[in-house]
Ligand binder design. Structure first.
Ligand SMILES: [Zn+2]
Length: 336
């Protein structure tokens, strides 16, 4: 497979959490979490269009200034998504500086903050030409677990529990649908516009009996015929799931968060999951509302994840972070 999205963990497993996901065919990137960004070049930072912030503890939000600074004077919209209270916190960050000279900027940078609550998403805008004062209009939409839908991918989010609401995120690439040339040959069916209708019927998830008209512009050569969708699907269509990348940090493990995380991370190709403490220190992890490496590994295994990347190690293990890596991977492999 030729992946469309290239994720990089920026500060290693011991540093501030940031996953930079680069798009293959666009000059574009998104960020999961907004810890220290100083190791990213301005060139890379300028590709960022959307930022997803789990919660606003300092190590997850301190990169805001770095990103804002390189983006000033650019014509772009920068979207930030975060948990309850997020709009006020973005506003407070912007209010922390004086902006008396930016009103004349030719290029219109616009900061857009989207605050996610349990049942709704509120969106407000802070344009540079208004010295980043909040526009009075506010858009309110219901929150159904989906933050963003684009043609090639979508972003989902779910709430975890870090003694404050904390968001976990998943990027899902759209499925690929291919028509098998060998299937067409075997059934002696022509290529043509009807294949588009076939694909659309598959996307719409029509029933197996749904009739598909097979035709060409030359009825003398191929008189039109009808086939049930189920039959054509079986012989002609190959659906490949897209890439899935999940990111979860800073949560206690209980029945609720376990279920939520399993659902979100299910069948991910890549799962960035916090592994803050060792199982031996699980009481400490619980008191601090964090996961252990063993918990991360077992969760990833149960969710059918393909690859686990344990992150956000506690500085307690700075002398030997490989302990956390090993414990997580052993649990993931089902050996503990
Ligand atoms: Zn944290």
């Amino acid at each position: 497979m030729n992946p469309l999205f290239h994720p990089h963990l920026i500060n290693g497993p011991g540093g501030d959490p940031v996953v930079y996901i680069e798009f293959k065919f666009e000059r574009r990137a998104i960020l999961f979490d907004l810890g220290d960004l100083q190791s990213l070049t301005p060139r890379k930072l300028l590709k960022v269009s959307h930022v997803f912030v789990s919660h606003t503890h300092m190590d997850h939000f301190i990169g805001f200034d770095t990103l804002l600074r390189v983006s000033l004077g650019r014509e772009k919209k920068l979207f930030f998504y975060g948990p309850p209270g997020f709009i006020r916190q973005i506003e407070s960050k912007l209010n922390g500086y004086s902006w008396n000279l930016v009103e004349n900027y030719q290029n219109a940078l616009e900061i857009i903050a989207v605050e996610i609550r349990s049942d709704q998403m509120r969106e407000v805008s802070f344009p540079v030409q208004a010295s980043f004062r909040r526009r009075p209009e506010e858009t309110v939409r219901p929150f159904n677990g989906r933050l963003l839908e684009e043609e090639s991918f979508g972003i989902q989010a779910a709430f975890l529990d870090h003694k404050i609401p904390c968001l976990a995120f998943a990027l899902e690439e759209a499925r690929h649908l291919n028509i098998l040339r060998t299937g067409l040959e075997a059934l002696e069916l022509p290529k043509g516009l009807w294949l588009k209708a076939l694909k659309e019927a598959v996307w719409r998830e029509e029933g197996d009996d749904f009739p598909i008209r097979v035709w060409t512009r030359d009825p003398a050569r191929f008189p039109e015929r009808f086939f049930p969708l189920g039959f054509l699907k079986k012989h002609l269509v190959k659906i490949t799931p897209g890439q899935k990348i999940t990111f979860a940090v800073d949560t206690i493990l209980n029945d609720d968060t376990e279920r939520i995380l399993m659902d979100l991370a299910r069948a991910s190709d890549l799962f960035f999951c916090e592994a803050a403490f060792l199982d031996a220190d699980r009481e400490r992890a619980r008191e601090k509302y964090h996961l252990t490496a063993g918990q991360a590994g077992r969760l990833a295994r149960q969710a059918g994840v393909k690859r686990l990347v344990p992150i956000h190690f506690s500085p307690k293990y700075a002398a030997d972070p490989s302990l956390l890596e090993r414990e997580a991977q052993e649990a993931f492999a089902g050996r503990t």
